[in-house]
Design a protein around this ligand. Structure first.
Ligand SMILES: [Zn+2]
Length: 641
């Protein structure tokens, strides 16, 4: 995921509970505290979905058939994760218990089940009673419907998309898969899946999934998908919309609404080059095709690494490839995360820290060292901001998320501190040894999950002990298990921001006009230019900035974000109409949450925030709505951040 965002009110509120969790005894690194599934007794080996997408009722209805292996023959209770689902029926294939005969091959027998009391974070455990069985695998079918609370689903009406056709997408990471499929919703369990998707609607829409998609398929009502590789539940993904396809390479392409398809294909034209760069360093791409789905602007994240089909925010389509590191990031997840994935949400840094490190390597190979160094320095700044705010337990890579929403772990820290840890190992052991280690790691754990303790043990055996006297286990432990940044961290540096600092100073002090500077700057330099502005600017200075740089109309949404932060801080009214439009059209949390938070700092800003949110919220994803709601209604806390 490319989701890291600034610390929010909800996170601040939970810092107290983090301290509480620290008192609840030592953590079991192999246990997933965010799932009810009894994975030591049953293990899913295949998932088969048969679903109707009903736009009229904003509902998905149908069944999932789980093929399970009973690890303990005495177990007679299967426990699955659900959240805000209507469970209609649970049946078991008769042959699983009666013995296989041709006659009852298709017979399904009802099984008693009940839902446990719902927990606000984890949802309700679905408990299914099963007779004893000695079969190698058995099939359990659950008929169910989603509800209007299902948090993985965003339903967009005709008016909220470019083509005036409805759109549906799922976003399941970390624990929302259970809100649209009852299953073992833990990354410890990986299984291949199949799906039949029926679109219950007159519109000619296309369904795509994180599976084998056929770009040549015509728009129809029924689609079938196969994902032959074993994936964790959070990587099962579906989108339905008026989508076109354009090829960008032999195994790459773009799905988007028609109005965007050309620009998107142009922006992401380097994808095949990126795949090749990654293969050269870290081994083969093991997923067949790599396609990109351009999401509606409401998509809450930068990108989501759904295998074979990354979901990407349209805010990175600028026209100059300046924000395509998001693609490098989602692509790198094809190795770190999708191939070798975190076993629990405590280990999220194994997905994101590795991915950020690999993103740097891809970006350097394709776009050069200077741009990469700039992006890393900007990333380091976000890390330093968080380290200054987070209490010690939340500065740890292997973070304690017991009794907390695992979404609270999705800060910049696992991304940026994780990247620095790998950069440190790279610098200490040398590129050749470190790359060989990474290739070995991806081979060893391919299509499996790994937790932080397993990683440290593997690191010790395959790198630390192999080249003794370079890095000790205690030093590695400090990175993963201790707060803050180790004193000998290898920090990114660039000289490219010096010229920006000089230019900003001479403009702010009135020595040099804007039009003389920045002719050949990259977008990262402009972002740095704006982010480093003095806190107080005059209306004349802001007018000068906007006029010379057309900031209010900038096609680069990240530059726009930095500009609007200045606009709000200085209450610069002429830019407010564009600011409102920005907040109403974009739903990417990283871009809009800080703007809402900044608005809430003053009385008149708070009024604007509340008014705009009221209008914008039907277009936001449920998770975005939840976090903005917390910001505009919890004014006192948002003031702290
Ligand atoms: Zn990511």
């Amino acid at each position: 995921m490319n989701a890291a965002r600034a610390i929010g009110a909800a996170m601040l509120a939970s810092l107290a509970s983090a301290a509480a969790a620290a008192d609840s005894g030592p953590i079991d690194p192999a246990f997933d505290y965010h799932s009810y599934a009894n994975v030591d007794q049953f293990k899913t080996t295949h998932v088969d979905l048969d679903l109707r997408v009903i736009f009229k009722f904003k509902q998905i209805a149908g069944s999932v058939t789980l093929e399970l292996k009973r690890l303990d023959p005495r177990s007679t209770q299967l426990v699955l994760d659900t959240k805000d689902l209507m469970i209609l029926d649970v049946t078991q294939k008769a042959t699983d218990v009666l013995g296989a005969t041709a006659k009852n091959q298709t017979l399904w027998v009802s099984r008693p089940f009940h839902l446990e009391k719902a927990d606000p974070i984890l949802g309700s455990a679905l408990v299914i009673e099963l007779p004893p069985s000695k079969k190698a695998t058995e099939s359990i079918k659950i008929d169910y419907e989603t509800t209007d609370k299902s948090s993985a689903l965003q339903w967009l009406s005709e008016s909220q998309t470019a083509r005036h056709k409805p759109f549906l997408y799922t976003e399941s990471e970390p624990i929302s898969a259970r809100s649209w499929i009852p299953l073992q919703d833990t990354p410890q369990i990986r299984a291949p899946y199949k799906a039949k998707i029926h679109i219950d609607d007159n519109e000619r829409l296309r369904a795509v999934m994180s599976a084998e998609n056929d770009p040549k398929e015509q728009h129809a009502k029924d689609y079938s998908f196969t994902m032959p590789e074993a994936v964790p539940s959070y990587l099962i993904a579906l989108a339905v919309g008026d989508l076109e396809f354009q090829e960008t390479g032999p195994r790459t392409g773009v799905y988007a609404e028609k109005s965007m398809i050309k620009e998107a294909a142009k922006e992401f034209a380097d994808t095949e080059t990126m795949i090749q760069a990654n293969e050269k360093m870290f081994g083969p791409y093991r997923w067949g095709r790599y396609d990109i789905l351009v999401m509606p602007p409401s998509f809450p994240e930068g990108g989501m690494e759904n295998p074979r089909l990354s979901f990407i925010t349209p805010t990175v389509i600028v026209g100059d490839k300046s924000l395509v590191s998001v693609i490098a990031h989602e692509l790198a997840h094809s190795w770190s995360g999708n191939l070798v994935g975190n076993a629990t949400w405590r280990d999220f840094w194994l997905n994101e820290g590795f991915t950020e490190y690999m993103t740097s390597r891809i970006m350097t190979a394709v776009y050069g060292e200077q741009r990469t160094a700039m992006e890393e320095v900007l990333g380091l700044k976000t890390l330093r901001d968080e380290l200054a705010k987070f209490k010690a337990p939340d500065q740890v890579l292997a973070i304690d998320l017991r009794d907390r929403d695992p979404g609270e772990g999705l800060t910049n820290l696992p991304y940026q501190k994780g990247r620095l840890f790998l950069k440190y190992l790279d610098a200490k052991f040398g590129r050749e040894h470190f790359d060989a280690f990474l290739r070995g790691y991806f081979d060893h754990f391919a299509f499996k999950s790994v937790n932080s303790d397993q990683f440290l043990a593997y690191l010790q055996d395959n790198l630390l002990d192999r080249y003794p006297g370079t890095v000790t286990r205690a030093q590695a432990n400090e990175w993963v298990l201790k707060p803050g940044l180790p004193a000998d961290a290898v920090l990114p540096m660039t000289t490219a921001f010096q010229v920006v600092d000089d230019a900003r100073n001479s403009w702010a002090s009135g020595k040099e006009p804007l039009k003389k500077m920045g002719g050949d700057w990259l977008a990262q330099q402009w972002i740095y230019f704006l982010d480093g502005m003095p806190a107080a600017l005059s209306a004349a200075q802001l007018a000068d900035l906007d006029k010379a740089l057309s900031l209010s109309k900038n096609p680069n949404a990240e530059i726009g974000h930095s500009w609007f932060m200045l606009v709000i801080a200085n209450n610069y009214q002429p830019a407010y109409p564009r600011l409102e439009e920005y907040l109403k059209t974009i739903g990417r949390r990283k871009l809009i949450e800080p703007l809402y938070r900044e608005l809430m700092k003053t009385g008149s800003g708070a009024e604007v925030a509340k008014r705009v949110f009221k209008k914008a919220r039907p277009g936001y994803h449920p998770e975005t709505t939840k976090s903005i709601e917390a910001i505009v209604e919890m004014k006192d806390e948002s003031n702290e951040s």
